[in-house]
Design a protein around this ligand. Structure first.
Ligand SMILES: Cc1cc2nc3c(=O)[nH]c(=O)nc-3n(C[C@H](O)[C@H](O)[C@H](O)COP(=O)(O)OP(=O)(O)OC[C@H]3O[C@@H](n4cnc5c(N)ncnc54)[C@H](O)[C@@H]3O)c2cc1C
Length: 322
């Protein structure tokens, strides 16, 4: 890193910070302290001053706040254009984003404008003693961990949710909040409307009950949902069920779906393909229910239940209801 500072993009929606912000600030603080630089943060939105104080409490030395009514609507082109100039103002050698839809919409645009190297979907970042930044991310559907060093003077990375420790909030921390004027940008993005999330997201869920092709028909998701509800969790699915239109894509666990890291994962009729394992192998406790004792999911499971999901799930629900 030529510059010693770290700049974190703080994602917010409707006045609420995304939980990944505290994780990015925790990692950013560690790297900035080791490099001997400052930790800055940038937030875009309407009425963001309370959030700016919260970001200071999570460890930011300086928060750049773009506060403008027009920012109530997310426009990656406007944010990108205003962010590009800030990277040198913050003397940032590293710019961090969450590997979320928002982070992934902005980071590549900023990287292209700055001709900076961007490593996406990192699960670990480490500033080495010689000052180089090591970026670790899964490759080949999670079978390898690639260790990447960036040659450009500014390094950029998106970090997966729940892959690093979150910073602890300290309301007594002091930092500077710098209000920035939003530079108008001609944009072709037009927001036609906003869909509401139908159910709790699987990405941040503590309990995921995941159905696989052991399910015989789409209607049987009701059985899986009963188990998820009884545990206070959410329903996930393997890709074939999504491809068949049985459930929406936002429920798909896996490499080409959502990476989950719940405290409890229960796979019901899931074989454990490499693409699926890449999306859930870091779960806390893994329970697998399958009629075939030789499946790959059993090899990483903490509890292996060999049997028919149509017999076992109703029994589990009945016991939980007691
Ligand atoms: C580029 C690419 C990306 C992919 N991305 C993903 C991804 O993100 N996520 C993903 O999940 N897949 C992904 N896949 C698909 C993946 O390769 C597998 O096809 C898929 O994960 C298999 O899903 P499954 O375990 O539900 O089905 P299967 O492999 O068919 O397993 C079904 C299991 O159910 C068991 N079973 C059947 N009946 C019962 C019963 N009554 N009771 C108990 N057990 C029963 C069987 O023993 C079997 O083990 C991807 C594939 C490719 C090529």
């Amino acid at each position: 890193m030529d510059n010693k500072g770290v700049l974190v993009y703080a994602e917010q929606e409707g006045g609420k910070l995304h939980p990944i912000c505290s994780e990015l600030l925790g990692k950013g603080r560690e790297i900035a302290d080791k490099a001997g630089g400052a930790l800055s943060c940038v937030v875009f939105g309407s009425a963001v001053s309370d959030m700016a104080q919260e970001l200071v409490a999570y460890g930011a030395d300086t928060v750049y706040a773009f506060d403008d009514e027009s920012l109530a609507v997310f426009d990656p082109l406007v944010q990108k254009q205003n962010l590009v100039g800030l990277v040198s103002e913050a003397a940032a050698g590293l710019v961090l984003f969450g590997a979320t839809f928002t982070g992934k919409a902005i980071a590549p645009r900023v990287a292209t404008a700055l001709e900076a190297g961007l490593t996406s979907n990192c699960t670990a970042l480490e500033l080495q003693d010689d000052g180089t930044l090591l970026q670790v991310r899964p490759a080949f559907t999670g079978n390898f961990l690639a260790h990447i060093k960036t040659r450009s003077s500014t390094a950029m990375a998106t970090l997966r949710y729940r892959s690093v420790e979150a910073a602890v909030k300290d309301a007594s921390r002091k930092g500077a909040v710098v209000k920035k004027d939003l530079q108008p940008v001609e944009t072709s993005v037009k927001v036609l409307g906003k869909g509401e999330a139908k159910e709790a997201s699987i990405a941040g869920a503590d309990i995921v009950v995941c159905a696989g092709r052991g399910l015989k028909k789409a209607e049987d998701f009701a059985m899986v949902k009963q188990l998820a509800d009884a545990l206070g969790g959410v329903v996930g699915a393997t890709r074939p069920l999504v491809d068949d239109g049985w459930i929406s894509k936002d429920h798909q666990v896996g490499f080409s779906g959502t990476i989950v890291k719940p405290k409890l994962y229960i796979g019901c009729g899931v074989s454990g393909s490499p693409q699926h394992l890449a999306g859930m192998r870091d779960s806390g406790t893994i329970v697998a229910i399958n009629s075939d004792p030789s499946v790959a999911l059993f090899r990483i499971a903490d509890y292996a239940v060999i049997g028919d999901i149509y017999e076992i799930i109703p029994q589990m629900v009945a016991l939980l209801k007691k």
